[in-house]
Design a protein. Structure first.
Length: 367
């Protein structure tokens, strides 16, 4: 199978013959999209048509591995996603659980920095501490003040909330310039290496210009929302002439994973696909927060982000929600040192003592 890549699907079916029939239907649907008896012989049938490699029972369902020709998608990320689960995503009882790029990995190298690159940039020894700039409605001055407090406290990355775009109360250009200057001041004052990641969001036709402005203003990375702007935005940010780290946010991705029977596994969506697009950090809802991801689902995401055999460099899982000083030991026990812990509402409660709270958390995590 040297010229093919493979996708693994979990299929709901009553019997193995039924599961195999569904797998054969997926192989048709994801490639030629015509009846089997209408598939032209020769190249189309022998190469382009999806090929069911294996079907086996697993945990009350069936797992099918289907291979596809590299000719089906070329080197395009959107078409690769289309082949993986395009029309079949509209059918019930199908869930994508794994992707083996095979020789296609050359076209999708993954993260520019990954875990080790981010450690080099931040100097982090333990888990990365990532406070979130919020709430929506704050002025640029207020957000810059929060960023400076966090950077002076030793945060590794200061990221914008995904709800900050180009609103009148905090226009993108004014906000980004002020926050970048504030973080630079804090770094100069304490000899720190805090990074700042603004949210690249707005009118789709303006995104490249916003990223250009942010880079010129001195930002250190970008936040992107593939659920709203597509995985192509992540890829474009990762492939800029001067590469900067990219963090992805899960907004709008929930429906892809919340069904137990349909969509993508948590590990595929928040691990494999983020690595495929070129993300360096994948943010996802932490266990114990308000979104209901289980400990097992979060562990699967973390494993998919960090697995050495995954796409490109291992990346950092970014659990968000519920992180406090009191939970530091619990979260470190669950995720280990190779994680980026997001801090939101609990940090804002500290007011002007936010920097002190971050310093205490960092000391706790680096013990």
């Amino acid at each position: 199978m040297t010229d093919r890549f493979a996708v693994t699907y979990r299929i709901l079916a009553g019997t193995e013959p039924e599961a195999r029939a569904r797998a054969e239907a997926i192989a048709l649907e994801q490639t030629v999209e015509i009846p089997r008896d209408a598939v032209p012989p020769g190249f189309v049938e022998d190469t382009i048509l999806g090929r069911v490699e294996d079907v086996a029972p697993e945990d009350g369902a069936f797992v099918a591995r289907i291979s596809y020709s590299l000719e089906s998608c070329g080197e395009e990320l959107p078409q690769l996603l289309n082949v993986i689960f395009g029309n079949s995503s509209i059918q019930k009882g199908l869930k994508v659980t794994a992707l083996d790029l095979g020789p296609l990995a050359r076209a999708h190298p993954g993260a520019n920095f990954g875990m080790e690159g981010l450690r080099d940039l931040t100097g982090a020894r333990g888990p990365l501490i990532v406070p979130v700039l919020k709430p929506q409605g704050s002025t640029p001055e207020r957000l810059a003040g929060i960023a400076e407090l966090c950077a002076r406290g030793g945060a590794h990355i200061v990221k914008e909330d995904h709800g900050l775009t180009d609103q009148p109360c905090a226009p993108f250009r004014d906000r980004v310039r002020r926050i970048a200057d504030a973080v630079a001041r804090a770094n100069a004052a304490r000899g720190g290496r805090t990074l700042y990641f603004p949210n690249i969001a707005g009118h789709p036709e303006d995104l490249e210009a916003l990223a250009d402005f942010a880079e010129d203003a001195g930002v250190d990375g970008f936040l992107a929302m593939p659920g709203l702007f597509g995985f192509g935005l992540v890829r474009r940010l990762a492939r800029r002439k001067r590469p900067l780290p990219v963090m992805t946010h899960p907004s709008f991705l929930g429906p892809y994973v919340l069904s137990s029977d349909t969509g993508f596994s948590h590990a595929m969506m928040f691990g494999t696909l983020q690595r495929l697009a070129g993300a360096d950090i994948s943010v996802f809802p932490n266990v114990g927060g308000r979104f209901g991801f289980s400990a097992a689902e979060c562990a699967d995401i973390a494993l998919a982000c960090r697995a050495p055999e995954g796409i490109g460099r291992p990346i950092l899982p970014g659990p968000g929600g519920g992180m406090t000083l009191d939970r530091a030991d619990e979260m470190r026990a669950m995720y280990g040192d190779d994680a980026a812990f997001l801090l939101g509402g609990s940090l804002l409660r500290e007011g002007d003592r936010m920097g002190d709270a971050i310093a205490r958390l960092r000391a706790r995590l680096e013990k």
